[in-house]
Design a protein around this ligand. Sequence first.
Ligand SMILES: [Zn+2]
Length: 131
Amino acid sequence: MDTILGQVLRNAVWERLDMLSDLAERADAPSLVSVARSELPRLTEAWKAILRSHEPDERGDCPTCSTRWRRCKAPCSVWQAAHEHLVAGGLAPHPPHQRDHRSAQHQPRPAVHPGRRALRAGVSTAGLHSG
Ligand SMILES: [Zn+2]
């Protein structure tokens, strides 16, 4: 059951992000302003919450990514991704068609799960057992 709930939770987050990406590409200007005002603070708070849990400890290791047996030096992959997408990416804007190509290359996303489509179509989550 926990696996299914975890899957439902992850699907909900992926769908939210997909929806925001779609809005950014397609919405008219007034809608974009409205969405930006409501969603940008949520996105920045989400990033801050994630990054806080990956702040280096006094030894310069990430406490979240480190295990008892294997230390993970900061900046960990979460901070590297944050820098790449929030700072480095912001310095080098690309035309939309190039950016799409680039993001497809550099943002490995899990393939669309059968369960995601099923959920979107309102099919029972029972199908997630096989996935
Ligand atoms: Zn980390």
